[in-house]
Write a protein that binds this ligand. Sequence first.
Ligand SMILES: C[S@@+](CC[C@H](N)C(=O)[O-])C[C@H]1O[C@@H](n2cnc3c(N)ncnc32)[C@H](O)[C@@H]1O
Length: 224
Amino acid sequence: MPSPPRRHIVQAEALAWLDANPAEPGTSVITSLPDVSEVAELGFEGWRGWFVGAARRILRWIPPDGVAIFFQSDIRHHGVWVDKGYLVARAAEEEAASLVWHKIVLRKEAGFQSYGRATYSHMLCISQKPRPLPTRPSPDVLPDAGFKPWSRAMGVEACRLACRYLLEETATRIVVDPFCGHGTALAVANALGLDAIGIDIGARKCRAARNLVIDLEAPPGPSR
Ligand SMILES: C[S@@+](CC[C@H](N)C(=O)[O-])C[C@H]1O[C@@H](n2cnc3c(N)ncnc32)[C@H](O)[C@@H]1O
């Protein structure tokens, strides 16, 4: 009988961990870089520079057969709209990497009026070299991110779309999330048979990420 997929969670600073642990072949990244509010000590301009640098570091870290999928939500900061999809695309351009796809994930229904954080998220897939056209298409706009274990989580349906792309279109066996939070992407990867490694600086987040189980067969619960 095949052994169940593995999940390994490490409490560490993400970029230091990437420096110390070269990626194995068959590794891809699914992640959501922290918002300025999660690293307030950097200040806004410091965070912007850090964000692009961290995305670039991840793009240099993935192996040539892997991809990095970023799930990021725009914010309004002191009257200025911050487009995190742009920041990730800028990192890709600075690394001369290829944007494979860019999807929009709705976290509230279309037409919902909001004042602060955007109610959609960007999901961008980037590889070091251009990739063949997908053999199985997936939606450009995902109408519901799915269940979120906490407010900053990627939704389960967004993670399912990302993992299905890895399974159907790449040779990925291991999903790494260097900013794993409660481990939504890792739990979905395990549910689909992929091994998973998560890194987070917070001890409580690491505990949550070790324990999260997602049943993809369960009827949809509260998702928005
Ligand atoms: C946007 S949240 C990730 C949410 C996660 N994708 C989920 O579904 O739960 C970003 C996470 O990065 C972590 N973090 C912030 N700075 C970090 C760093 N330098 N190294 C590792 N983790 C960090 C935070 O503790 C937080 O859990």
